[in-house]
Design a protein around this ligand. Structure first.
Ligand code: AMP
Length: 194
């Protein structure tokens, strides 16, 4: 199976591009952010637990992520006509990356590639503020955005090194039109076909 991690700061376009990748390559799109937002909308016990954390732009504790990922991966593995996964917003810490390796091993899988969308901080803050107006996400206020960026730099960015060491890290420029970025992504995923 082909198991891709789409990597990058908040607002780098992971959500948009991972949906396209999932469709083109028949991968199951798994966004931990989407999973949490759904739980919050449904008022589930998990949703209630994570709501204030997410609204402050903090990270949900690693322990809660493992169970969510395990069930998402198992469901995806059982789906028919699927070539693998595209993970969007996970892993975000070294501990999550290690847990992911273990979880994938349990089901006879591994990470195939980590693909980063490179966008500078000014640009992502601008995009997130615009998204705040359009979608009204509670974690898209300027103060919370700055906090999410700080956490990205301290906890998530170091993951690059983890995957570079494994020889799995690739990146594309995440600015320009959505179509052009997607075309660049496809060249990296499937160099023979483009
Ligand atoms: P996202 O839609 O990926 O930007 O996620 C929205 C929020 O959900 C994040 O700011 C975190 O509070 C929480 N979240 C999503 N994925 C994770 C993760 N892998 N680890 C911890 N918190 C997460």
């Amino acid at each position: 199976m082909y198991n891709l991690i789409l990597f990058g700061p908040p607002g780098s376009g992971k959500g948009t591009q991972s949906l396209r990748i999932a469709e083109k390559y028949k991968l199951v799109h798994t966004s931990t952010g989407d999973i949490f937002r759904k739980e919050i909308r449904n008022g589930s016990p998990l949703g209630l637990k994570v709501q204030s954390i997410i609204e402050k732009g903090e990270l949900v504790p690693d322990d809660l992520l493992v169970d969510i990922l395990r069930s998402a991966l198992q469901r995806a593995k059982q789906a028919s006509g699927i070539n693998g996964f595209v993970l969007d917003g996970f892993p975000r810490t070294i501990r999550q990356a290690e847990d992911l390796d273990k979880l994938l091993k349990e089901i006879g899988e591994s990470v195939s590639m980590v693909l980063a969308l490179e966008v500078d901080e000014e640009e992502v803050v601008k995009r997130l503020l615009k998204r705040a107006q359009l979608e009204g996400r509670k974690d898209d206020t300027e103060e919370v955005i700055r906090n999410r960026m700080k956490i990205y730099h301290s906890q998530t960015h170091p993951l690059m090194e983890y995957y570079i060491k494994q020889g799995k890290f690739q990146s594309v420029k995440g600015t320009g039109s959505v179509d052009n970025i997607f075309a660049d992504i496809c060249k990296v995923i499937d160099p023979g076909r483009n």
